[in-house]
Structures are given as C-alpha cells and as structure tokens.
Write a protein that binds this ligand. Structure first.
Ligand SMILES: *Cc1c(COP(=O)(O)O)cnc(C)c1O
Length: 372
C-alpha cells in the first residue's frame, strides 16, 4: 500500500498556470520602484470591484483588517453589539472586539453551518447595530432573509466574504449585499496573494472614502490626519499578483465545483456521514468541502494512515478560546460545539483529479462501512 499522498491543499497547479505572468509582473513592480499605494493597487481595486459587481473595492493589509476597518468606517464602536455566527473563524469576532463593540453569537443552522435568520431576532437588543454573515466554506448565507430582517430592525450588514469570492445567492454576488464587506486574499483562500492581503467592498462612496483614510493613518493628503487611522495597506506587489490571479479565478472556481460534484456523487449514501447542504438559489464556490461524522477523529486518522490529509475548520469555536473566556459562553452554544466536534474538511484544490476524489471516497466508505 505505497500510494502517493494526497495533500490537504496545494497551490502547485494554480501556480504553474500563472508562473510566467506572475514573474513578469513582479519584475514590472520591481522596476517601477514604487511599492505602496500606486497604480497596481488602484488597478486591482477596479478589477475586483468589477468582479464583485459592487461599486467600490479598497485594498487593505489582510482580511481581519478589512472587517475591522469596514466596521469602523460604518461607525460601529464601544457600546454597540454586533451579531456574529457562533461557529465562524475567530477573525469575525476579533474585528468586532477591535472596534470596541461586543460580538453577540447566534447559532447557525445545523445543516448548512451558516447563520440562521430565524435565530437572529431573539438576539437583537437596543444596542444591536449590525449583523455579520459569514459565507462559511464558500456557501452563501440566506442573504435575502437577512437583508430584509436588517432593514426592518434598522441594522447594518457587514459580510465576511473571506471564503466566498464569486459565490452567488439568488443571482447576487456575496460581498455585494451589505453596506460593506471584508474579504481576505490569504494564500489559501480561493483568490490568494503571495502573503497577507485583503479588501473592503462597499456600494457606499463615503464608506470607501473612510476606509481609504483609515488604512493610511487616517490620511488621504500628506501630513493631514483626519482620523485615528491604522497602517493597513495592500502593497503593489500583492496587488499586481492578485490582478493576474483574478483573471483565472472563474476557471479555478469551475474546477472546485466539479470536484464538489464528484465528492457528492462518490460519497452518496455512506452510513454515518453527513455531506454539505447547498440551499436553494445558492451558487457556492467550495472554499472547503466539509463533511460531518460522530467518528471524526478516527476517520481523520484512518485517512491519514491511507495517505490522505484532511483538516478541521474549526476545532475550537471562538467562545471556547481563552481570548473570549470573559464572555462566559461556555456550554451556551451547543450547535457550534457539535459542529466543531464533528466537522472534517476533505482535500479540494484546483488540479485535483477525479481519481483522487474516488480514492478518498472509497477510503471513507471502507472506514464507515466497517464501523457501522
Ligand atoms: C481567513 C478568514 C478571515 C481572516 O483573513 P486574514 O486575511 O487571515 O486576516 C476572516 N474570516 C474568515 C471566515 C476567514 O476564513
């Protein structure tokens, strides 16, 4: 049994496809001798706003900063509460905490792992200012319901679109629903830079203007600082690389969708294994393919022993992190805990073959049929 190892994630195929173009553009930036806030950033911002079908995109240093600056630009701060999913990556919560507001977790739907609109109302108080839907795993949230609810309660919506580049719900792109959205171009995201990078997207010109100030010490004019800003700029090199890779993103997304279709097909009807749920009118981009089983640890070890690497997103929910111990939410969010204890992310990256998916599915079937 000396089969080759299937890595959880690989950039190999993607990076071979763009090698010459990326190297040429890196040389261009190197020779241009201008590395921060120049033409490459402006060009990428235009291209990304067109891609995301939203009026403005503002490049920033990373996804956490994108969310933080979006919240600050919308005036959310101390005394405010923001509704966040209980089962998201910790960055969503941290953005709220960093502007001085309080993250108020709302449990997700058990089937989709995404925000449950029917649970939002019960969490709204007189201090609630905003909702932060997270399009987890590249599956769009139920945005029509969430937007309608936000409208009727006068709440803002800031989407965490770090895993959702190019996903649609009811025909509309995620990252274009809310008053602002934050996204990440961390190397392993569907659109990844060669280091940290992120962007705020917004239909609102005033919000875009404020994020441009905030990312650059609160300043758009040399030596004039209108706000207590940060240093969180997307740099020219990353922007140039992202412009090249953005052109390929639709192709890579199509490959992810094909891989997900194969997984759905080959993993069908396995006892004790729950597959991802795609809701009606959703066009996911499959950042991750996540299954659930009560024997997660055993299955992960079995796959590892058979040369298949998997990961867990995320094993410890934010409310169980030491950083959030003071919120006293231990044991109050059972769905988040159950999902964290049972989820397993299977390999999914452009360049994977149908044979690899079949081998992974066969191995999972062997394990599950042997233990059920
Ligand atoms: C990756 C990620 C972030 C943070 O992005 P960084 O660029 O790593 O700061 C935020 N939210 C979610 C859901 C993510 O997956």
């Amino acid at each position: 049994m000396s089969q080759s190892i299937i890595p959880f994630f690989s950039l190999h195929t993607v990076h071979e496809a763009v090698r010459e173009e990326v190297q040429a553009i890196i040389t261009r930036v190197y020779d241009a001798d201008w590395f921060v806030l120049g033409t490459e950033v402006a060009q990428f911002e235009r291209a990304y706003s067109v891609f995301n079908e939203v009026q403005h995109a503002v490049g920033v240093g990373n996804g956490l900063d994108a969310l933080t600056l979006a919240l600050r630009a919308l005036g959310i701060g101390p005394g405010d509460e923001v509704l966040v999913p209980s089962n998201t990556y910790v960055a969503t919560w941290l953005a709220v905490s960093h502007v001085g507001a309080v993250p108020v977790p709302v449990e997700p739907e058990y089937t989709t792992s995404n925000l449950d609109p029917s649970r939002l109302v019960a969490a709204i108080t007189s201090r609630t200012r905003a909702i932060m839907p997270v399009h987890l795993y590249g599956q769009p949230c139920r945005m029509p319901e969430i937007m309608a609810l936000a409208d009727s309660y006068g709440l803002l919506v800031i989407e965490d679109n770090a895993q959702g580049h190019g996903a649609r719900m009811a025909g509309q792109l995620t990252g274009s629903f809310g008053q602002a959205s934050g996204t990440s171009f961390y190397p392993t995201k569907n659109l990844g830079a060669l280091g940290d990078a992120g962007a705020v997207t917004t239909p609102n010109e005033a919000v875009a203007y404020r994020v441009r100030q905030l990312r650059n010490y609160g300043s758009l004019q040399k030596n004039q600082h209108d706000l207590l800003g940060y240093n969180s700029r997307l740099d020219e090199l990353q922007a140039a690389v992202l412009s090249v890779k953005l052109q390929y993103l639709p192709r890579w997304t199509a490959q992810r969708r094909e891989l997900a279709t194969w997984y759905n097909q080959y993993l069908a009807d396995i006892p004790g294994l729950r597959l991802p749920t795609v809701i009606q009118s959703a066009e996911p981009v499959w950042h991750l393919y996540v299954v659930h089983t009560s024997q997660r640890e055993e299955l992960q070890h079995y796959l590892m022993a058979h040369g298949i690497n998997t990961q867990i997103h995320y094993p410890v929910p934010p409310h169980r992190q030491p950083a959030y111990a003071q919120l006293n939410l231990r044991s109050k969010l059972p769905i988040a805990e159950e999902l964290a204890a049972t989820c397993l992310s299977l390999p999914l990256w452009p360049g994977m073959t149908e044979q690899m998916v079949m081998r992974i599915a066969d191995t999972i079937r062997q394990f599950c049929e042997g233990t059920h």
